[in-house]
Ligand binder design. Structure first.
Ligand SMILES: NC(=O)c1ccc[n+]([C@@H]2O[C@H](COP(=O)([O-])OP(=O)(O)OC[C@H]3O[C@@H](n4cnc5c(N)ncnc54)[C@H](OP(=O)(O)O)[C@@H]3O)[C@@H](O)[C@H]2O)c1
Length: 257
């Protein structure tokens, strides 16, 4: 059966790579702000695969944007099978020195838009008696994040929230997967002003993260790491036993530019 995936943040990076991963299997609704990039992806995907691609240019930090996306889907009569909440933004600096407007944007995109899209689409999925949600979090959700405090906290929210609703939706036919990628080569570090941060020294490809995230969603896994090195896995396993001071200092070192 042909399925349709709605992917936010599909104009670059991990979201774009997930779109290319899904395209041979079904149709797509791609959401981001850059219409030029979305249109180029649509043209390429429809040329390469037997897929129909709808593109929606939307700034998801605007208060009614998630509702407008949902309304547009209904207006077009599209049935969404997979909701992939991937759009996300970071930002580096001391919390007290960063502009509130910049931090607000991170919260509005990473947290508010993701929650609203889940709230809008879950009732549709329950009515359909099937649907899959993939929320893109980060390994940042597992530790304090000095110099990226709002970003790390936004991802901690996504990981906790996703696991909670995954439990609530047990036996409904709807699965919720939260994926925690490690550092990945995308536009993210540039957008966050962190191109020179040590954090991205051993970053993996967006295609690798997209593939393993998509597979975790298809298996209905609740939580999965993606593109995480052995060293990082070891550090993650040790984290509950380490003092906050030690983890904080290590993360701060990685987040420095
Ligand atoms: N890269 C990493 O190291 C890494 C690691 C762990 C987790 N992640 C997570 O992975 C996800 C994807 O990030 P990425 O690394 O692929 O970064 P990216 O290349 O910067 O992609 C971000 C995507 O989000 C879209 N976006 C940004 N602001 C938006 C807005 N206001 N409204 C709608 N769309 C918006 C961007 O498109 P437009 O600019 O066209 O709007 C773009 O398509 C994020 O949630 C990020 O937190 C990334």
């Amino acid at each position: 059966m042909k399925t349709t995936a709605l992917i936010t943040g599909a104009s670059t990076g991990i979201g774009k790579a997930i779109a290319y991963h899904h395209a041979p299997l079904g149709d797509l609704v791609l959401v981001a702000r850059s219409m030029d990039k979305l249109s180029a992806i649509k043209k390429d995907l429809e040329h390469k695969f037997a897929t129909k691609v709808i593109v929606i240019s939307k700034d998801l930090t605007k208060s009614n944007a998630p509702e407008e996306v949902h309304e547009e889907i209904h207006r077009l009569g599209i049935k969404i099978d997979y909701l992939i909440n991937n759009a996300g933004l970071g930002g580096q600096g001391l919390f007290h020195q960063r502009k509130q407007s910049a931090d607000q944007q991170i919260i509005d995109l990473n947290v508010v838009a993701l929650v609203k899209l889940c709230k809008l689409f879950i009732p549709d999925f329950i009515n359909q008696k099937q649907g899959k949600i993939l929320n893109v979090s980060s390994i940042a959700s597992l530790s304090p994040g000095p110099l990226q405090s709002i970003y790390f906290a936004s991802k901690a929210f996504i990981t906790s929230f996703s696991q909670s609703i995954a439990n609530e939706l047990k036996d409904s036919g709807v699965t919720v997967t939260v994926v925690l990628p490690g550092p990945t080569h995308t536009e993210f570090s540039n957008a966050a002003g962190m191109k020179s941060a040590k954090l991205f020294d051993n970053a993996v490809s967006a295609e690798l993260v997209a593939k393993s995230s998509y597979e975790a969603m298809m298996k209905g896994k609740v939580k999965a790491l993606s593109g995480v090195s052995r060293l990082h896995k070891m550090i993650i396993a040790l984290m509950p036993f380490l003092p906050n001071k030690v983890i904080g200092a290590y993360v701060m070192h990685l987040n420095k530019i």
